[in-house]
Each structure stands twice: as C-alpha cells, then as structure tokens.
Design a protein around this ligand. Structure first.
Ligand SMILES: Cc1cc2nc3c(=O)[nH]c(=O)nc-3n(C[C@H](O)[C@H](O)[C@H](O)COP(=O)(O)OP(=O)(O)OC[C@H]3O[C@@H](n4cnc5c(N)ncnc54)[C@H](O)[C@@H]3O)c2cc1C
Length: 250
C-alpha cells in the first residue's frame, strides 16, 4: 500500500481527554475511502522498531465512498501511550506517515430494516462518517439506533451531529448511555447504565436487524454475546475493537 503523508492542519479539544485532529492528505494515488474505514499512523518505538496505531476516519463523508484530501480523526489520550506521546506533541504543519484506508466496518449494500450502531468513546466516529449514507437509508424507510456509551456527558463525542439527524428524522434514535454521572438536563433518550443494559431491554429481529459494535474491546465482547443470546445471527453483528498491536521486541 502506498504511504500517505498526513500534515496536521488543526487540533481541537472534544473533551478533557479527547481531541479532533485534522490532517491534509498527500497521496500519489487518489485517496478513496468508504465511510467506516480507518488509517494506520506510523510511529517509531523507543527501541527503534517501526509500529503503527489505527484511527477511524471521523469526518462526515459527502458520499459513502469518496475521495478525500483531508481527514479528521478523534484521539483519546492513553497515559504512557506511544501514539499519545507523539500526537500530543505534534504541531500544526508537522507531518506523519500513514497507510490506508483499511477495514470493512462499513454499511453493507443490502438495506436492513433496523440498524443498531453501538459505540463507546471514539468508537462513535465511524458512525459520524456514515451520517449522509444513514440519511439516504432513512429516506428509504430504514430505522437507526445510535447507542452511545460514555461515563458522563463529556464523553458524548460529536453529539450535536447525531441530535441534528434525530430532529430531522423520526426513524433516527440517538441513545446516550451514561454509566457514571447523569446530566442535569437529561436528553429525551438518555439511559442510565452501560450500552449492554440498554440492549438487554430490546428485542431483535434476526430477519431484519443488523448491529455494529465499535470501541472498547470489553464492551464489544459483552454486547456481541448479548446480541447472540438474543438471537442475532453472527454475520449480522459487525465488530471493530479498538486495541493496539503488540509491541515489537528486539
Ligand atoms: C481499527 C481500529 C481503530 C481505532 N480507532 C481509534 C480512534 O478512532 N480513536 C482512538 O483514540 N483510538 C482508536 N483505536 C485505538 C488506537 O489505535 C490506539 O490503540 C490508542 O490510541 C492507544 O494508543 P497509544 O499508542 O497512545 O497507547 P499504547 O502505547 O498502545 O498503550 C499504552 C498502554 O495503555 C494500554 N491501553 C491502550 N489503549 C487503552 C485504552 N483505550 N484504555 C486504557 N488503556 C489502554 C495499553 O495496553 C498499554 O499498556 C483504534 C484501534 C483499532 C484497532
């Protein structure tokens, strides 16, 4: 895969621990991406080994498949993390090597009646990328549930984008699940507890429903087991776990 050069154009804070980084993309070939895919950013470990970290593209795509010359990613800082250390010190105008796009965590061509897009933390970014395609599918009669898990309100990343769609379409439901601290002014669909608690209350239809799980690996595993127990066929449960590759050793 041809390397990409990403040049930082801006960084803004999404909450105390998470930033949105905007990069200009330089690529020899057109950088064509499907909403839901991710990039690998390349880093050098302290022992000199080359490694990478993956980040979903958070930009709202104009179309499900599109050519991009800039991308947004959302990064949550991890204490002592390699990418955290490098990205948190990167200045506007500096560049980093990347490859991509990767991944098949995308909306399938078939139209489903109900979509459950389930996330924790930055795991919501692929769904943000899909928003225009979601809108097209809402117009064709599908129903969407974005089930977003966070400890408190500050973790509801890009909430305004999802709320705007909810206000425009009866078939779109944005369900914030707050596990630690509820907000003073509750949203209409606020749920107290984990996303798994919310899902446990739902009935799923294996003929018409499809579910996507993205973010914290424990949430993805637990919700996967729950959905399976509730009769969802495994091919209709798509998963993306946010984990780092093992460190390379000499
Ligand atoms: C397909 C894919 C897409 C991803 N997309 C995103 C994204 O959009 N945004 C994003 O922020 N991350 C995303 N990730 C995770 C990301 O690739 C890194 O794993 C993450 O940023 C931590 O990297 P780091 O180098 O800072 O920490 P590392 O050097 O990898 O980790 C340092 C230490 O912290 C632990 N650790 C790692 N992650 C966490 C965590 N979340 N919570 C607690 N401890 C942790 C590690 O086990 C290690 O001990 C994605 C991962 C995958 C596989």
């Amino acid at each position: 895969m041809t390397p990409l050069k990403l040049t930082m154009q801006g960084l803004s804070s999404l909450n105390d621990n998470t930033v949105n980084i905007n990069f200009k993309v330089d690529s020899e070939e057109a950088f064509e991406v499907v909403a839901g895919q991710f990039l690998r950013l390349h880093f050098t470990q302290n022992d000199g080994f080359e490694t990478f970290r993956s980040y979903s593209i958070a930009s709202i795509f104009e179309q499900e498949k599109t050519t991009m010359d800039e991308v947004d990613i959302a990064v949550s800082w991890v204490a002592g993390g390699l990418a955290t250390e490098k990205l948190s010190h990167m200045q506007v105008g500096e560049s980093i090597e990347a490859t991509g796009p990767y991944g098949r965590f995308c909306l399938l061509p078939d139209l489903h009646q109900r979509y459950f897009l389930i996330a924790t933390g930055t795991g919501v970014t692929p769904y943000r990328a899909m928003l225009r395609e979601i809108e097209l599918r809402l117009q064709k009669g599908s129903e969407f549930y974005v089930v977003m898990g966070a400890q408190d309100e500050s973790g509801l990343l890009y909430e305004a984008d999802f709320v705007a769609l909810e206000q425009a379409y009866d078939g779109f439901h944005y369900i914030p699940c707050l596990s630690r601290e509820q907000r003073m002014q509750k949203g209409i669909n606020d749920h107290s507890g984990y996303v798994q608690d919310y899902l446990a209350q739902h009935e799923f239809n294996p003929d018409n429903d499809i579910a996507y799980l993205c973010g914290n690996p424990n949430m993805v595993d637990d919700a996967f087991s729950l959905l399976k127990e509730k009769g969802m066929p495994v091919p209709q449960i798509k998963r993306e776990k946010y984990i780092s590759p093992p460190a390379k050793k000499k």
